[in-house]
Design a protein around this ligand. Structure first.
Ligand SMILES: CC(C)(COP(=O)(O)OP(=O)(O)OC[C@H]1O[C@@H](n2cnc3c(N)ncnc32)[C@H](O)[C@@H]1OP(=O)(O)O)[C@@H](O)C(=O)NCCC(=O)NCCS
Length: 197
């Protein structure tokens, strides 16, 4: 288990990104299976380029980026809230689970839920949105399970694998979160203090 856990769920832990994580992130970003329906992976990325990009994201006060670990301490991906906007109180969610043997086991859904909780409960956001390639059925399913709804389609948004892909915009609003998810997510993701009943 991470020695710097920041948020904990039943299956995953979110912790800060460290310099020592760059090597494994570079492995994921150069893996054509992982990036199959993403903008990542269209150009090779050296360790140096990955470090500049990821550490640039980490350093920006407009982003909160986390490493995703299993509760047994294996780093399996990274995820975060990006482009946090001060007055509109909105942000974009992004996730990459890079260890493919950990796909379809509920990790993506839980991380989406946990960062949705974090965005509304801790950052007091009003809206969290994301973009996803329409063919990325696993991602769309994970986001729907976590409470996101489809807002629209961007036609021919990505050229990859010799063809065009449409992208879907999805989002969740504070009022939807409060009405349907806040009680459950707070129960699952709020750290209990010893003094709590
Ligand atoms: C997309 C991604 C986040 C999904 O994570 P995950 O841990 O596999 O997701 P979950 O296990 O929580 O799956 C959610 C649901 O989608 C289903 N699913 C996942 N991958 C699927 C796939 N490739 N095909 C069909 N269904 C899939 C799961 O079975 C589950 O459905 P269920 O609960 O009804 O059985 C992960 O595969 C990933 O990071 N891929 C590479 C990068 C990427 O595409 N990021 C998203 C960019 S927008």
């Amino acid at each position: 288990m991470s020695n710097r856990p920041f948020l904990k769920g039943g299956k995953t832990v979110l912790r800060p990104v460290e310099h020592g994580d760059i090597l494994v992130i570079a492995k994921w970003l150069n893996d054509p299976v992982v990036t199959h329906t993403m903008f990542y992976g269209q150009l090779p990325m050296s360790e140096e380029q990955v470090e500049a990009m990821i550490m640039g994201q980490v350093r920006s006060p407009a982003n909160t980026v986390f490493m995703v670990e299993t509760t047994s301490g294996i780093s399996i991906g990274f995820a975060g809230l990006y482009d946090i906007h001060l007055t509109a109180r909105k942000a974009s969610f992004r996730i990459l689970i890079g260890e493919t043997d950990h796909w379809k086991k509920g990790f993506g859904t839980e991380v989406t839920e946990m960062l949705t909780f974090y965005g509304f409960d801790r950052l007091n956001l009003n809206r969290i949105s994301l973009g996803v390639t329409a063919d990325n059925v696993g991602a769309v399913r994970a986001y729907e399970k976590a409470g996101f709804v489809v807002e629209g389609t961007l036609r021919k948004d990505l050229y990859r694998n010799g063809r065009w892909y449409d992208s879907i915009l999805m989002a969740i609003l504070r009022e939807e979160y409060d009405a349907k998810l806040a009680a459950d997510f707070s129960e699952r993701f709020t750290q209990k203090l010893k003094t709590d009943r």
